[in-house]
Design a binder for this molecule. Structure first.
Ligand code: ATP
Ligand code: MG
Length: 379
């Protein structure tokens, strides 16, 4: 089991945004193209999306194809990566059930990402159990595919820790069966948790503060011009803050020295632009216009590829169907191993029935011996 297996997922709760791109998607494409892996899985987590969207299943259904289109337009190649849909792999839900025995309610309630998400959803005391348990089901997604690497954003660190704990507990109770994963965070700090255009800590489909990969040029321009910046930088002459300023965080994540040469040659690089803003004398509009150009240049080829892919939706569903079949093959192999470890492999081991018979035969023998002894002593 020393294979290098990569797995990541996205919830089909909306189209993918630039936070997904820098947090995980870009890395997946790089890993895929470097080719230094044995299997690469990309899962569309529809069952997880239902945990907080159960009232609107059509939203989840429609977004499965949107997410698949985003993958393909960013360069995910189905001949190298397996794209599949979570709900189509029943073995995932079986492993979730076994994992649920190995975790306590208080442990689930301590998960910091779930805590933050619960606040935004106003769950307070009435949390749907499925939602509270999604880190367990996510651990099953990771463990079932023998995943060693999960390229993801910072919000996923508590999920990977939960998975490591469950794998450790499973292996120590039932013998070495599952692989423990590690998270692969983006090297660039600004990419680990890209803030929303409203300045909120995280760009998130559920918070409606995103620039989507498929937004057209006008929409990107509008969204960038409306972005939250430094609230203390009111006049151009004011000294500004670049730290915790989403516009500069996005530039950290996207702008290259080449972009400065092309779109803003007055500045050599981002450090020079930041210094001018911090010293005072540089307006938000100049910075935002530059950011919009950088983003549009990055998104243009992605948008164009998406437009072409949208002309043949049947082929995209076909890719998902094929991916489901391939993923299921792996899932079946792992679940066989798991059932054996849990001693519930009744019909796959042909020596099992014989062994059980022997156990009964021994019992019978003992009983007969005892009866014979009684008959003898009564005489
Ligand atoms: P939802 O609001 O439905 O939870 P989301 O926008 O948080 O949606 P997910 O599908 O939960 O997106 O996340 C998919 C992947 O993208 C994860 O690896 C996650 O870490 C990463 N990711 C999501 N948002 C960001 C972000 N703002 N910055 C960096 N990475 C992100
Ligand atoms: Mg999320």
């Amino acid at each position: 089991m020393d294979k290098k297996i990569i797995l990541t997922a996205d919830r089909p709760t909306g189209k993918l945004h630039i936070g997904h791109y820098v947090g995980s998607l870009k890395r997946r494409v790089e890993l895929q193209n470097e080719g230094n892996y044995d299997e690469l899985y990309i899962m569309i987590a529809d069952t997880q999306a239902l945990t907080d969207n159960f009232k609107d299943p059509m939203k989840v259904k429609d977004n499965v194809i949107e997410v698949a289109l985003d993958y393909l337009s960013c360069g995910i190649d189905p001949t190298k990566s397996t794209i599949f849909i979570q709900s189509q792999i029943p073995e995932l839900f079986e492993l979730t059930t076994y994992f649920l025995d190995l975790v306590t309610l208080s442990r689930l309630e301590r998960n910091p990402t779930v805590k933050t998400e619960m606040k935004t959803k106003d769950y307070d005391t009435s949390i749907p159990v499925g939602f509270l348990c999604y880190p367990v089901s996510q651990s099953a997604d990771i463990a079932l595919f023998d995943t060693s690497i999960v390229p993801a954003g910072e919000d996923q660190s508590p999920m990977i820790e939960q998975c490591q704990e469950l794998v450790h507990k499973f292996n120590s109770l039932y013998g070495e069966t599952l692989v423990s994963p590690t998270i692969m965070l983006p090297e660039n700090n600004s990419c680990r948790r890209l803030p929303g255009i409203d300045g909120k800590a995280k760009m998130s489909k559920s918070l409606n503060n995103c620039i989507y990969l498929s937004d057209d040029e006008t929409t990107v321009n509008k969204k960038v011009m409306s972005m939250y910046t430094d609230p203390e930088h009111l006049k151009i002459t004011d000294k500004g803050h670049t730290e915790n300023n989403p516009v500069f965080i996005y530039l950290d994540a996207f702008a290259t020295d080449e972009d400065f040469k092309t779109y803003l040659p007055e500045y050599k690089n981002l450090a020079a632009l930041k210094k001018h803003y911090e010293d005072g004398g540089l307006g938000d509009t100049t910075v935002k216009k530059f950011l919009a150009k950088v983003l549009n240049a990055k998104l243009e080829p992605i948008r164009n590829r998406r437009y072409e892919l949208e002309k043949d939706i049947a082929s995209v569903y076909n890719i998902l169907d094929e991916g489901n079949k391939k993923a299921r093959e792996h899932a079946k192999k792992t679940i066989t191993r798991i059932r054996r470890a849990l001693k519930i492999d009744y019909f796959s081991d042909n020596t099992f029935v014989t062994k059980q018979q022997k156990r009964f035969n021994n019992e019978h023998k003992k009983r007969e011996e005892y009866l014979a002894y009684l008959a003898k002593t009564r005489k």
